[in-house]
Design a protein around this ligand. Structure first.
Ligand SMILES: Cc1cc2nc3c(=O)[nH]c(=O)nc-3n(C[C@H](O)[C@H](O)[C@H](O)COP(=O)(O)O)c2cc1C
Ligand code: SF4
Ligand code: SF4
Length: 359
């Protein structure tokens, strides 16, 4: 079956998923199939597929965040219109690494299965599920990967993506993502934890240092509009998806992850709070009520995280305010791993992204 038209929707923080969509488009162009690349930006896209075109193909490209699809893309797929007899495919880019000559894969968790189930329920025919292990951009967690390594990973995975594209455009199917299904299912609890709690805590780890000159680039370019300038400094809202664009793109390298400050708050909340008398009394009361250890523990964990959210928000407001003080700025600089020179930024995907993207 030949496809008449292709729509490729992508969400990308640092350009990896954009690059993957671009490679797919190149293969479509070689076959002279009209193919549109459409960015999901601030919950909007420029164009949706035409319900009246027959034999169209729709692709979704996005990064894996916390063993799941990036939340912005998940909500886009959730709201995506139903179109009869239409084929779709999913490409999630993941945290690849390269050690010596060995290419190491990331882990998808729900990133493929959940969108595939949603699309299936909407009546689509899922014809492709391909993970792509492009360089990890999660520089709050680890130093940016060296440029030469990044380049070699791009070359390696370009071939894989193009071979996937050729297969799909020949009308065949490919479900590479299903190979890791047992491990993906194993990490599902973490996917849920990240989606409902983890991402909000990560959003409140970003700060700017005194190197910030209030240029507003981060605020203007955030793909979900999660930055607000307050007192001439960026303030990160809970809607931040930790896509890493702002941190990697700041011309002054002023954005850091407040490692020590966040760590202290997490210790206070998750280790000290459960040992306090009032918490223990609540736990005993709950256990008497439901008489089940497993349920009690889980309800308490959810309660703890829920209580933590507004407390962290308050602590973050203080941090944002205090960055005006010199001593706090110095403290932040020396206790954020991201501010050390050896930590680097991830920019390769982003540079390529900039060439083709006006946002
Ligand atoms: C907050 C965050 C969470 C991530 N979680 C995962 C993950 O669960 N599994 C994985 O393989 N990669 C994970 N990654 C890595 C990215 O998915 C990967 O680098 C992706 O290619 C980035 O794509 P982009 O440049 O299009 O944003 C994560 C990255 C970030 C910033
Ligand atoms: S991009 Fe950097 S310098 Fe510009 S406002 Fe944001 S943090 Fe400040
Ligand atoms: S605030 Fe920064 S990390 Fe968060 S979603 Fe926006 S660009 Fe990405």
């Amino acid at each position: 079956m030949g496809y008449n038209k292709i729509f490729l929707y992508y969400f990308s923080g640092t350009g990896n998923s954009r690059a993957a969509a671009n490679w797919f488009q190149e293969v479509a162009s070689e076959r002279q199939i009209p193919c549109k690349l459409i960015q999901l930006y601030r919950d909007k896209v420029d164009e949706l597929p035409d319900q009246n075109i027959e034999n169209q193909l729709i692709g979704f490209f996005f990064p894996t965040h916390g063993f799941n699809a990036a939340p912005a893309m998940l909500s886009f797929i959730w709201k995506f219109p139903q179109i009869k007899n239409t084929s779709v495919f999913i490409v999630n880019t993941r945290a690849g690494m390269k050690i010596s000559k060995l290419f190491l894969p990331g882990l998808s968790g729900l990133a493929q299965i959940l969108p595939a189930i949603l699309l299936k329920f909407k009546g689509f025919r899922v014809v492709g599920m391909q993970p792509l292990d492009l360089p990890s951009n999660w520089i709050s967690l680890h130093p940016g990967i060296k440029e030469t390594v990044v380049q070699s990973m791009f070359e390696h995975y370009k071939v894989i993506l193009k071979s996937f594209a050729s297969r799909i455009l020949e009308g065949k199917t490919k479900y590479k993502a299903l190979i890791s299904l047992p491990i993906d299912l194993f990490v599902v609890p973490i996917s849920f934890g990240y989606y409902f709690f983890g991402r909000f805590f990560l959003a409140k780890m970003f700060i700017s240092t005194s190197s910030c000159d209030a240029c507003g680039i981060c605020e203007n370019q955030c793909p979900v509009g999660a930055i607000k300038m307050k007192s001439d400094r960026p303030f990160w809202k809970y809607t931040c998806e930790s896509c890493m664009k702002c941190m990697n793109n700041c011309p002054k390298k002023a954005i850091q992850t407040a490692h020590l400050y966040s760590f202290i708050w997490w210790i206070l909340l998750w280790i000290l709070l459960p040992t306090m008398g009032i918490w223990i009394a609540f736990e005993n009361e709950l256990f008497h009520l439901i008489n089940n250890d497993f349920l009690t523990e889980n309800i308490l964990t959810i309660a703890l995280f829920t209580i933590s959210l507004p407390i962290i928000a308050l602590a973050y407001r203080f941090l944002h305010f205090a960055t005006q003080w010199k001593w706090m700025d110095v403290l932040n600089k020396y206790t954020s791993l991201t501010s050390f020179k050896f930590w680097r930024r991830y920019s390769f995907g982003l540079k390529r992204f900039r060439k083709v993207n006006h946002h």
